[in-house]
Design a protein around this ligand. Structure first.
Ligand code: ATP
Ligand code: MG
Length: 254
């Protein structure tokens, strides 16, 4: 069983789209059993997957003890073969109102992972993290075997990499087995600044940069609106082919 956190402190770099499409491709092309966990109070992954927290409470219920076991909060995504633990705004106030400390979140995420291993219920858990080190995201990273960093080429995104890697390293003190599988360039398009940025990142990035880059295409936004994986919505689109090629590359290094 692999647990993968999709992490970047920068917003809008493609974390959620990567998390959901990774989950969908693992389920359909590789016939893996996948649990996607929305760790972000924005609930974007939940919305993309067409699920909500209304009936069972989602991740917040699991972190605060409202649900005893993960299977009480699992919902079915619109992407075939993908199960989801959804999230909502209540995750944002966990620490303030819910008395949930980082240590409690770390324990709850590890309990989730260990229960899935014991039950042999999934082959992959994928955590879609928020653009911040919240209690829940620290817990997710600490429970993960691998971290993937989606990265959009831009000055602020590139300059934020060192701090991000430092922060992930500090979580590795809780779980030294967590490793950064690599950085994934997203929303790439052929322009001088993108090409220069790519070259700069490949030369200077202290972690692996995946060969495959995800190209920018409106088909991604369309797929999000349709609540479908890009590979299902538009199988021949650039992003669909790129995500498939990247998952193949990822499977070689996991
Ligand atoms: N390859 C792509 N081509 C075009 N648009 C994309 C691509 N990947 C993501 N997007 C769009 O960019 C926006 C941000 O993507 P996404 O929500 O995945 O980022 P995020 O890092 O999860 O953001 P946040 O930090 O707010 O959670 C979305 O509107 C999404 O549809
Ligand atoms: Mg997101």
């Amino acid at each position: 069983m692999k647990t993968i956190s999709i992490v970047n402190l920068k917003g809008g770099v493609g974390k959620t789209v990567t998390a959901v499409n990774l989950a969908a491709i693992l389920a359909t092309d590789y016939e893996k059993r996948v649990l996607l966990v929305d760790v972000d109070h924005q609930g974007n992954a939940s919305r993309y997957c067409g699920v909500n927290t209304e009936e069972r409470g989602g991740l917040a219920a699991l972190l605060t003890g409202g649900a005893v076991c993960y299977d009480e909060v699992v919902e079915m995504a619109t992407m075939s073969g993908v199960d989801v633990i959804p999230a909502d705004m209540s995750l944002a106030t966990l620490g303030v109102d819910g008395g949930c400390t980082s240590q409690m979140a770390v324990r709850a995420m590890r309990d989730l992972r260990d229960a899935v291993i014991e039950d042999d219920s999934y082959d992959f858990i994928i955590f879609d993290c928020p653009p911040a080190f919240s209690q829940a995201s620290i817990g997710a990273i600490a429970a993960s075997s691998d971290v993937i960093i989606p990265l959009r080429i831009g000055r602020f995104e590139i300059e934020g990499m060192d701090e991000l890697i430092e922060q992930i390293e500090s979580v590795r003190k809780i779980n030294p087995a967590t490793r950064i599988a690599g950085a994934l360039l997203t929303m790439w398009h052929n322009s001088p600044v993108q090409r220069d940025g790519e070259e700069y990142i490949r030369e200077t990035c202290p972690v692996r940069v995946f060969r495959t880059m995800i190209r920018r295409t409106d088909k991604v936004d369309e797929a999000v609106f349709a609540r479908k994986a890009v590979a299902e919505w538009s199988p021949t689109s650039a992003a669909a082919r790129d995500y498939r090629a990247w998952v193949e590359e990822l499977m070689e290094v996991l």
